[in-house]
Design a protein around this ligand. Structure first.
Ligand SMILES: NC(=O)c1ccc[n+]([C@@H]2O[C@H](COP(=O)([O-])OP(=O)(O)OC[C@H]3O[C@@H](n4cnc5c(N)ncnc54)[C@H](OP(=O)(O)O)[C@@H]3O)[C@@H](O)[C@H]2O)c1
Length: 264
């Protein structure tokens, strides 16, 4: 058997993502939306997936407003639906035409509560929604991405420093980190790459939906306890995902962007 062709060598700067296409599952808000804007600003095409049609429409309009998108409406598309549903993901890939990169930021904070307070169904739903979404993205992407294509998943720093009442969510997200490594070795022969970004505290609509964090002042006060004196912006968090997409020698890694919070 002849050796497989090595993964292509290409410039690893994010500017080299120009001309590529990314599917952003959860790209209608927060970190995913910020990734869409960054990708569009370097000349990539994006397709956003989110469940709420109104939020999707607003997000597509927002990304189309990026300067380089003018007159190129097919450079920014949207598919409404659940990102854990393989049929929705297949529709997204079909609509995009060809896809080079997939970023999954879909997820929320449902499933939090003490382990004895959650029902068995709530635990199952929480674990399924996180882990199944990652599996679905991998199963659809594995057959369709080209050599050098990437899948980037999402976790959070609570995986290494859990808080009480987060057992279901944190264990599901921890499993996503493990899945990252398993998929990286399984898909390497196809020259596909799989990584995860582990986020610390990021100023997004999700963060602002938490009790007491619904104003700029509250976000600034909460962020002031962080080593760098504030939360990450969604754009800073998203830039970590773009790095993983662009660099063809990154696979099987969990990279943390938390402003040093896990060290203190
Ligand atoms: N912000 C933080 O501090 C932080 C920290 C650690 C980890 N994270 C993780 O990072 C990811 C992004 O967080 P964020 O702060 O950017 O959240 P966000 O602002 O709430 O954005 C999440 C996006 O995902 C979409 N979504 C949720 N479930 C989905 C599903 N099943 N299928 C398709 N789309 C779905 C949401 O839209 P619809 O509801 O309309 O579908 C929304 O557009 C999440 O997984 C979160 O748990 C965030």
């Amino acid at each position: 058997m002849s050796p497989a062709t090595p993964i292509p060598v290409r410039p690893p700067l994010t500017s080299a993502l120009s001309g590529t296409t990314a599917v952003l599952v959860g790209g209608t808000s927060g970190i995913g939306l910020a990734a869409a804007v960054l990708l569009r600003s370097v000349g990539a095409r994006v397709l956003l997936v989110g469940r709420d049609p109104g939020r999707l429409k607003a997000a597509v309009a927002r990304v189309r407003d990026v300067e380089q998108a003018e007159g190129l409406d097919d450079a920014v598309q949207g598919v409404a639906g659940d990102g854990a549903d393989e049929k929705i993901l297949a529709e997204a890939f079909d609509r995009a035409g060809s896809v080079d990169h997939v970023l999954v930021t879909a997820g929320g904070i449902s499933g939090s509560g003490p382990v004895t307070g959650l029902t068995a169904d709530e635990i199952r739903t929480t674990v399924d929604s996180r882990l199944q979404a990652a599996f679905s993205a991998a199963r659809v992407a594995a057959d369709r991405l080209p050599a050098g294509g990437s899948l980037t998943l999402t976790s959070g720093s609570l995986v290494v420093r859990p808080l009480p009442g987060m057992a279901a969510l944190v264990s599901a997200v921890g499993a996503v980190e493990t899945l990252t490594k398993a998929l990286a070795v399984e898909l390497a022969p196809a020259r596909l790459r799989v990584n995860t970004v582990r986020f610390g505290r990021v100023d997004t609509p999700l963060m602002r939906s938490m009790p007491g964090l619904d104003s700029d002042e509250a976000i600034a006060a909460a962020g002031s306890t962080a080593p760098l004196g504030r939360f990450a912006t969604a754009e800073e968090a998203a830039a970590a995902a773009l790095f993983l997409m662009a660099n063809n020698y990154m696979t099987g890694q969990v990279i943390t962007i938390d402003g040093g919070e896990s060290l203190v």
